[in-house]
Design a protein around this ligand. Sequence first.
Ligand SMILES: *Cc1c(COP(=O)(O)O)cnc(C)c1O
Length: 385
Amino acid sequence: MDDKPIDKNIILNELNELHSLDHDYADGRILGSMCTEAHPFAKEVYCKFLDTNLGDPGLFKGTKTIENKVIESIGELLSLNKAYGNIVTGGTEANLMAIRAARNHARKYKGITDGEIIIPDSAHFSFKKAADMLNLKIVEAKLDENYKIDVESVKSVITDKTVAIVAIAGTTELGLIDPIEEISKIAYENNIYFHVDAAFGGFSIPFLKQAGYDLPVFDFSLEGVCSITVDPHKMGLAPIPAGGIIFRREEYLEVMAVDSPYLTVKTQSTIVGTRLGASSAATYAIMKYFGKEGYLKLAKNLMENTIFFADNLKKLGYEIICEPELNIVAFNHPKMDTNVLAEKLEDKGWKVSVAKCPVAIRVVLMNHIKRNHLEELLNDLKELY
Ligand SMILES: *Cc1c(COP(=O)(O)O)cnc(C)c1O
C-alpha cells in the first residue's frame, strides 16, 4: 500500500487501463461462458443494496424479506409451494450447501460418518470441492451412450454409506438433462437424499417447457427431489454473484445450523457469514421485471440461436456431438484435431472453450451472442473447414 492518499483520477485511470484488458461480453466473442452481461435494471438495483448484509438479518429485515420472496418465487417455478433456501454466490456454493445438508442429515438420522456421494461423470467440478471439504468419497456413475447418467450404473453403486445422489439438469459441457424422474424414484425408494444441479438449466427449462419444447420433468414435482441448485447469474440475467439453493424441507437447513452468538439471529445455516443482500435484491428485481413472459421469450430466443447455429454447422460439414437440449452446441471438425481448430478460432479473435468429455468445441449460446456474431463465426468456420 502507498503511504499517502492518491488522487481519485489517478486511481481510476490505472483501474480503467487494467479493466480494458478484460474481455467484453458485448462484442459477442466470448463463446464458452455460462455467465453473461447482467440486465441494466438488475445492476441498478444491485448498487442500491451494496451495504446490506444478510449474515445479520435482524438488522436488514427488509432485505431478508426480499431473499425469502425470491426463494419463494424460484420455488414456485420449480413446483414447490413452500420453499426454503438462500441466494448464495453461485452454483458452487449452492451445491456445497446441498451436499452439506445431505451429509448432516445422513449423519443425524442414519449414523453415517464416512459417507459417499454418487455423481455422474458429467458433474460440475464443484462436487469435487464439496466432497473434499465435507470429507466425503465421490463415487462416479457412468454415462450412457447419450452422455446422460446411466440409471443402472447409479443403482449398482448405491451402498449403505451413500448420503446423496446427484443428477444434472443442463450439464456444464453439453447442456443435457439427466433422466431425473428415474433417479428420483431410485433415491426415494432407497431413502437417499437426491440433489438436482440445475445451475445452468434452472432459469430456462421451466420456460422452454411452457413454450412447448419437449423437455423432461426435473423439479420438485418428483417426490424424491430434496434440493435444486439454480443460478440467477446465468440465464436469469442477474449480476454475479447470484446462485440459488432451494430445499424441499426446512429440516435440511436445520441440520446445518450452527450457533451465531453475536448476531441478531440465534443460528446460521449458510456457509458464509457476512453475505450480499444485493444479489437477492437484484434477482428479485429482474424476476419481477421480466416475469414468466420475459424469461420465456429470452429462453426461446437462445434456443432459436442454438438451433440456427447447430443446423448451419452441419451444413458446413462439422459434426455435432448431440442434438442440443438447451443452449449449448458442442462440435468437431471431421478430421482436424479439436485443439488445433480451437487455436485457429482463437487466432481469429474468438474466446473458445473446449469440452473434455467428449473432447469438442463448446459454444454456450448466452444472451450476448447475437445472430450477427453467429454469422461471423460460421463464416470463419467455413474458411477454416
Ligand atoms: C455453472 C455451473 C455450476 C457452478 O456454478 P458457479 O456459479 O460457477 O459456481 C455448477 N453446476 C452446473 C451444472 C453449472 O452449469
